[in-house]
Design a protein around this ligand. Sequence first.
Ligand code: SAM
Length: 248
Amino acid sequence: MRARKRFGQNFLTDQHVIQQIISAVSARPDQSLLEIGPGQGALTSHLHASGCRLKVIEIDRDLAAALKSRGFDVIVGDVLRQDLTSVTSEPTRVVGNLPYNISTPLLFRLFGLDNIVDMHFMLQKEVVDRLSASPGNRNYGRLSVMAQFHCDPEKLFEVDPVAFTPAPKVTSAVVKMVPRLDKPVVMHTIFEKVVTTAFTQRRKTIRNALSSIIDENTLRSLDIDPRRRPDTLSLDDYVRCANAIGVN
Ligand code: SAM
């Protein structure tokens, strides 16, 4: 079957990489798993063989039909348009070699769900580096802060383009993300606004980047030097900024 570019289809064909992912996930029969974008089933057949309760969501009708005929429990459609709350009504592990064009909006949707046990994703290496970056690192930005608010992203290994057919133009990496049990207490809409506003103007000082929503004296009262750049503030700094705005 021809790979459809518009669906970001790069099928995993390297058996060693497939095994690496399967053993990182280590699915068990008593677990529920959701695979996003199963494609031709490179991971699906191994996950199914573990005996877990497996559902898959695939947008490509032809691939979905082929997977159904092999006995898999397939939801046909765009994962971004599914009611994921009902799909994950019981504690669910999520796995996917994701199409790169939907990875960021999908991650944000998954971060908002309550029943996710953990997530293993193949993503563009740059995205994985951003998810796991620390303050001061050049990859540190909005995605790092928001992801680390919700989860503990851990880069497991990188995957060369030759592991896929057709080979993508970029290097990939597998990341494991476990939702945090100790999420900071903050009003989420304000927190998101602070982080987004700060990183929209990441070359400015934090005083200037956040001037429309927080004043310099408040930053000082939080022990945040107003001359610092947005990419040097920690997750905790952003939480404290949001909480300071929330009480004013
Ligand atoms: N998991 C397979 C593998 O490892 O070989 C396929 C990976 S391929 C990179 C991405 C898969 O996601 C394709 O099967 C594609 O059709 C599917 N896909 C793309 N966009 C999707 C969407 N919005 N919702 C659900 N599936 C999608």
